[in-house]
Design a protein around this ligand. Structure first.
Ligand code: GLN
Length: 542
């Protein structure tokens, strides 16, 4: 990658006001997309205010899916949006938590780095925050770093981050811009958009010493010129820096909505950067055109145990959307709770599906439902994709129902099983600490040439991201191979089985890794593309 001068790096901060869940991640990713489409090299970083060192130990019910980077960081799901929009991988440096900031500072204190001094939030914690923000700028890879501050302005937890932004804004002058994302609630009774909550949240920011440069206002209705002028007047911003962000039908509309509002231009002006060229969004528009005009529809069943919270399967859902676009079909996802699935109701619950995807996960809950779903897909020759635990369940199902290994299981669920077809990895056995100790990040895999996986990727050497402790037990390898469940993807360095396929099935693939993390708008993941294609073919036979 071309090296950039680090002194000229520009920093944009995105704060949130009024309520959470306004979509700072999507706004940041959309702005980054527009700047990238003008020829700038951009990255996005998320600062999370919680005290966990990373989200790897969090239950998905807390903050949704845990996203994994190539370099093996367990991160916030917003990094998934950044990658899907920008088509540029993120890294450990792109997600910072309060826990990791404090951990660094406390470790340094123990090493004697501050000997004699009282260690305080200002300057020690804020200095560490600033160091983490600048780290990305110092890689020399980026012209612009966008930093999204988790939480809502006024939260006690995010105060040190806001203070660090204040300091950086002072230090950087015109090399820094602050965007405040806020909400204009609509009052049905009077038929008005209200500006007061935004005024208050900007006042809170001002109390902390930060004057936002740009207001991005989420709203259900278009924002009139009158309201824009009012906000500009009360919040000390230019009227053209009041940006409307109206509810969109898909997150992939947001970059174009921001383009229409000229968010990119306002930001470049503020940062004193040239416009370079009009954003080249042709490919993006072509993607949207296909997304909105599908020529067919398929139904995919997503079997998992966090079904109540769709965010728990964010990357899988998005990867299915990308694959749908590439097949010009709409993918209708039926969410199926694995805990509520059993022998008796499996047929009724899975009937009419054109493809079945069994999701990743940890622990015993819902495991038998997943196994039932896989049996149904295998016997009825319905296209199947099993991801991580989904692949492990496919192996367990096959052992029990085809190889006749009664009671076969993963030692994660049953440490005493007679047939541990999935077992803990050798180098995991002595690990007792939970955080960041799984097999994480990108590993190589070599594909067998006469496999469906090879057909999908179109090459033999691939690398995919992992997040697990258990693996296919190679002691059973021969048995599987001989009977038709073929290990077609192997890690060349340690012989771990990464992909299994069924011989006598139109499309049945289980992968130990997570292909969903690598699917982007520009590069839909080949396994998802072929899975959706197979589902389309299956739907035509029906
Ligand atoms: N629980 C399984 C393991 O640790 C699978 C993990 C996953 O699905 N990400 O190996």
């Amino acid at each position: 990658m071309e090296q950039k001068s680090t002194t000229a790096v520009k920093y944009i901060f995105v704060t949130g006001g009024v309520t959470s869940s306004l979509g700072k991640g999507i706004i940041s990713a959309s702005l980054a997309k527009l700047l990238q489409a003008r020829g700038y090299s951009v990255t996005i970083q998320k600062l999370d205010p919680y005290i966990n060192v990373d989200p790897g130990t969090l239950n998905p019910y807390e903050h949704g899916e845990c996203f994994v980077t190539n370099d093996g960081a367990e991160t916030d799901l917003d990094l998934g949006h950044y990658e899907r929009f920008l088509n540029v991988p993120t890294s450990q440096s792109n997600n910072v938590t309060t826990g990791s900031i404090y951990q660094t500072v406390i470790n340094k204190e123990r090493e004697g780095a501050y000997l004699g001094k009282t260690v305080q939030v200002i300057p020690h914690i804020t200095d560490e925050i600033k160091r983490r923000v600048k780290l990305l700028g110092e890689t020399g890879q980026f012209d612009i770093v966008i930093t999204e501050i988790g939480g809502t302005v006024g939260d006690i937890e995010s105060l040190p981050y806001i203070e660090a932004v204040r300091q950086m804004k002072w230090e950087l002058g015109s090399s820094c811009a602050v965007i405040h994302l806020t909400l204009l609630p609509y009052l049905n009774v009077t038929g008005e958009l209200k500006t007061k909550p935004t005024q208050h949240s900007v006042k809170t920011l001002l109390e902390y010493g930060i004057q936002p440069d740009i207001l991005v206002c989420r709203s259900e209705k278009p924002i009139s010129m009158e309201i824009r002028r009012k906000l500009a007047l009360f919040c000390n911003v230019n009227v053209n820096a009041v940006i409307e962000s109206i509810d969109a039908t898909t997150i992939y509309d947001v970059p174009l909505l921001m383009l229409k509002e000229q968010l990119d231009k306002v930001v470049l002006n503020k940062l004193k950067l040239p416009g370079k060229q009009e954003p080249d969004m042709e490919n993006w528009k072509a993607f949207l055109g296909k997304l909105k005009n599908p020529t067919s529809e398929i139904k995919i069943g997503l079997v998992g145990k966090y079904i109540e919270l769709k965010d728990a399967y964010k990357s899988i859902n998005e990867a299915l959307i990308h694959a749908g676009v590439s097949n010009e079909t709409s993918v209708n996802v039926r969410w199926i709770h694995s805990e509520k699935l059993d022998k008796e109701n499996v047929e009724a619950k899975l009937e009419g599906l054109h493809g079945i995807l069994v999701a990743p996960g940890f622990g015993d809950r819902g495991i038998e439902g997943k196994i039932e779903a896989i049996k149904y897909a295998r016997e009825n020759k319905i296209p199947f994709l099993g991801i991580c635990l989904g692949m492990q369940c496919a192996v367990i199902e096959y052992s029990r129902n085809v190889l006749g290994l009664t009671g076969a299981h993963s030692t994660e669920m049953n440490p005493k099983t007679k047939y541990p077809v999935i077992d803990i990895m050798e180098n995991q056995k002595k690990i007792t600490r939970k955080g960041g100790t799984m097999r994480l990040g990108e590993y190589a895999c070599t594909l067998q040439k006469n496999s469906k996986s090879f057909q999908a990727y179109g090459k033999q050497k691939i690398a995919e991201r992992h997040r697990h402790r258990f693996e296919f037990n190679n002691k059973f390898l021969k048995k599987f191979e001989e009977s038709g469940m073929i290990p077609v993807g192997i890690n060349p360095d340690n012989n771990l089985v990464e992909i299994v396929e069924l011989k006598n099935h139109p499309w049945f693939i289980g992968v130990q890794f997570h292909p969903e993390y690598k699917s982007t708008v520009e590069n839909p993941h080949p396994l998802f593309v072929k899975f959706v294609k197979a589902a389309g073919e299956y739907s035509k036979q029906k």
